[in-house]
Design a protein. Structure first.
Length: 101
């Protein structure tokens, strides 16, 4: 537990250095960044106005920066081109259904 706290603190205040890519539109944000609290060092997450009260949902982890960029691009295209009805958080295993607006 103490190691996780230290890992999280080491990420504070340096987002610009850790960011691989970030996409935003009026409905959602896809963010991919280097993280220190996971076995796989890159994390792609979505913040979507129609899911999870517009809070972050972790979509996928990646092993390399190059893989993380491909993962980021894949998820951006997926959310842009599909009427998504549910999203599974790969960290918690929880599935979020589309919320009424």
């Amino acid at each position: 537990m103490f190691e996780n706290l230290l890992a999280m603190l080491s990420m504070a205040g340096n987002y610009e250095q850790r960011c691989v890519d970030n996409f935003e539109n009026d409905l959602f944000t896809i963010d991919t960044a280097y993280v220190t609290d996971r076995k796989q060092p890159y994390e792609t997450a979505v913040k979507h106005k129609e899911f999870n009260n517009d809070d972050w949902i972790i979509l996928e982890w990646s092993d390399t920066k190059e893989e993380a960029q491909k993962t980021h691009d894949k998820w951006v295209e997926f959310f842009k081109n599909n009427d998504v009805q549910e999203i599974k958080d790969c960290y918690t295993g929880e599935t979020f259904k589309k919320e009424g607006r």
